[in-house]
Ligand binder design. Sequence first.
Ligand SMILES: [Zn+2]
Length: 266
Amino acid sequence: MNDRSISTSNKLSYCIVFNKNQLLFKKSEGRTQFPLINEAEKLGIDVSNIIYIGTLDDIDYYATNVSTINPVENFFLKHISEAYGELEENIFFLTLRALHFLNWLNRNKYCGCCGTKVKLEPKETHIKCLNCGHVIYPKITPAIIVAILKDDKILLARSPHFTPNMYSLISGHIDPGEFIETCVRREVKEEVGIEIKNIKYFGSHPWPFPDKLMLGFIAEYSSGEIKIDNDEIEAADWFSLDNLPNIPEYKLSFARKIIEWVLKNR
Ligand SMILES: [Zn+2]
């Protein structure tokens, strides 16, 4: 992003500043806000490489990732999952878009065809190599997540990296050439050994850690006994909807959103 593209507009321009998965905010009349670009600059942030993320309500949003930051008075860092609920929802999802773009750019500094160093042009959403013309689009990795129901029970599983006693839904990545519904059946069979039926689409959710798009489903148990794979899953069981174990807490979790929908609509 060059300086000209920022300064030609009199619009308000906020800078979404990431430090890993933390966001930089300022306190402003009791509200949580992003710093303006000039405020970010005063905090020592290099704004010469910020990227345009989008415009909402006539306000431009840019983003950058910094390895270190020392917030001064009125500025503070907060994990992105904790920012959910404090920001308006459309602005919150703009931060997910920003994180996805920043993660992608961090992994695409050179052309994969000719090795030339590449750069995202202002207000573009893809990179074109100026040497060979190769076009690099942001990588989006689709993954499924599925709630499996059996009478008034739900199948929940835990992965070894979860916090103690935490359970969630079955999820997994879609393989090249695979149909989405085939992936849902395969992941369930691989991870917990059962067959499912009546797979219904629930909805989707961006998950930029680093580049996923989660596709949510609700399915019914069909046959088989639970047999965990002991690799991605270390425990799985049927839990009564009236007596669930710990499930992901923060509202950013798509699993939480699906489970809450099941509880409301059973
Ligand atoms: Zn190239």
